[in-house]
Design a protein around this ligand. Structure first.
Ligand code: MG
Length: 236
């Protein structure tokens, strides 16, 4: 899983380089797929429940699951890229939100709050804790940053399957949830918005957008809970 995670981290680093005005989201997808395959892995997303591409690219009011295509990247867009790779049977899954250009203060707050919410969630994933400790840590940072939390989509267990049974909400549920013991691997993935976090899915069957068209951000890491604390797997 560490190697799968390294490959996914490489994809996102590459996307940061490639994300310039004029490039299409299909071109980003092609670059990502080539990188994943050259790394000896396969894109987890391609063909997953019929998803047609190797990455998700979600722009502005799109929260997650945007399908790459002919859309052109422009200055001033909020662009979330989600990537997954399977290497020797093990999955890595991670996402980051980028701003094309220099972000206005409120957008910078959205993006930074979402990143910090992820980091807080990761820090809470220590042996002996429960899923709700992670969820609460994410929620607290979101509230502090005055962002709304997208609730229908949650983090998940991950390993030989991209999505395993365990769910990791980005808000307190009032129940402790599963115990996090050494050896548990989860993907934590806060999705936050500047306006209302009510969402709907477009007619393409995938793209999730905010109903009020407010901007959204999404950060995700795959982590392992270990005796020595949480270890981020989707890093270089
Ligand atoms: Mg995920």
């Amino acid at each position: 899983m560490r190697q799968a995670g390294r490959i996914v981290a490489g994809v996102l680093a590459l996307m940061e380089e490639e994300l310039k005005p004029g490039v299409t989201t299909a071109q980003l997808d092609a670059v990502a797929e080539e990188y994943i395959r050259k790394s000896g892995a396969r894109p987890s997303f391609k063909g997953y429940r019929g998803f047609p591409a190797s990455i998700c690219v979600s722009i502005d009011d799109e929260v997650v699951h945007g399908i790459p295509g002919s859309r052109v990247i422009e200055e001033g867009q909020v662009v979330s890229v989600d990537a997954g790779a399977i290497w020797q049977g093990y999955h890595g899954d991670a996402a980051r939100t980028f701003y094309v250009g220099k972000a206005p203060a409120d957008v910078a707050r959205l993006i930074e709050t979402t990143r910090l919410a992820l980091m807080a969630g990761i820090a809470a994933a220590v042996p002996g804790s429960h899923v709700d400790d992670v969820s609460g840590a994410v929620e607290d940072v979101a509230v502090e940053g005055r962002c709304d939390i997208v609730r229908p989509f949650v983090g998940h267990g991950i390993g030989t399957k991209m999505h395993e049974d365990l769910q990791v909400p980005n808000y307190r549920t009032g129940r402790p949830g599963a115990a996090l013991e050494a050896g548990v691997c989860i993907a934590i993935e806060p999705m936050l918005t500047l306006g209302s976090a009510d969402v709907e899915t477009l007619d393409d069957g995938w793209t999730v957008v905010t109903t009020d068209h407010s901007l959204a951000a999404h950060f995700e890491h795959t982590i392992a809970v270990t005796e020595n604390g949480p270890v981020v797997l989707t890093t270089a």
